[in-house]
Design a binder for this molecule. Structure first.
Ligand code: GSH
Length: 230
């Protein structure tokens, strides 16, 4: 029996959900409380007991306890190999892991300065101005990363020979940018087409809808007006 402890607006939890969905695996989902002021504090007691980092996602499977989305997705792929989420050859797998890391670390660094946009506006005007300035710099960084992704995709259907963990992580990172008002990637035709195709897959669509529902409940709009409308 698989149990996933996740967060409603945790991109790493949503990444694991897509992987579970693509593999058609049944699981119990425990959503830990989250709000835009305190985040995941206080840490859910079961998550605190299972993950020394106190973070979601945490996945348990028949007594095995795992944390960190990358380790979880790798485990799922080994324990439930069909359909595979990592390519066959060592070189392709290594490239896939690098693209996954690009999403989880490089893109995340560009997204962080935009995250205040779905939280309550700061009372202090200087803080608001500083956040806006940081966000503008991050938007430029993200626009550059979109260009890099277009090059890496190079007109192919996926970032690996078939749908992989890299596609899932990159999709979630790009989708977080869409939520947070990052620059549009519509001018990158390969990337836009890839995003549209993935968005239409049931496992991805379910997660996108769940994120939108969580935003309606929990998030402020980019202008700081509660809550996000659509
Ligand atoms: N590298 C970890 C990152 C997990 C992570 O940052 N989780 C966030 C939610 S997206 C969290 O639990 N934050 C609360 C905290 O750090 O206390 C992964 O891939 O799972």
């Amino acid at each position: 029996m698989i149990t996933l402890y996740g967060g409603p607006l945790s991109l790493f939890s949503r990444k694991v959900e897509i992987a579970l969905g693509e593999k058609g695996l049944a699981y119990e989902q425990i959503m830990v409380p989250f709000n835009q002021t305190d985040g995941y504090r206080p840490v859910h007691p079961e998550v605190a007991a299972l993950n020394p980092k106190g973070q979601v996602p945490v996945l348990t499977d028949d007594g095995l306890v795992l944390y960190d989305s990358t380790i979880i997705v790798e485990y799922l792929d080994e324990a439930y190999p069909d359909p595979p989420l990592y390519p066959r050859t060592a070189a392709e797998r290594a490239r896939c892991r690098l693209n996954e890391l690009y999403a989880d670390e490089i893109m995340l660094a560009g997204l962080r300065p935009l995250m205040h946009r779905t939280g309550p506006p700061a009372c202090d005007p200087l803080t608001r101005a500083a956040r806006r300035a940081d966000a503008l710099i991050a938007e430029d960084v993200l626009a550059g990363l979109h260009g890099e992704l277009e090059l890496r995709l190079a007109g192919q259907g996926f970032f690996a020979p078939q749908l992989s963990a890299a596609d899932i992580a990159l999709f979630i990172a790009l989708h977080w940018g869409v939520r947070l008002g990052a620059p549009s990637f519509a001018g990158h035709f390969g990337l836009s087409d890839w995003y549209r195709r993935l968005r239409a897959r049931p496992a991805f669509a379910r997660v996108v809808d769940a994120i939108a529902e969580a935003d309606r409940r929990l998030s402020f709009s980019p202008e700081g007006r509660p809550p996000i409308a659509g």
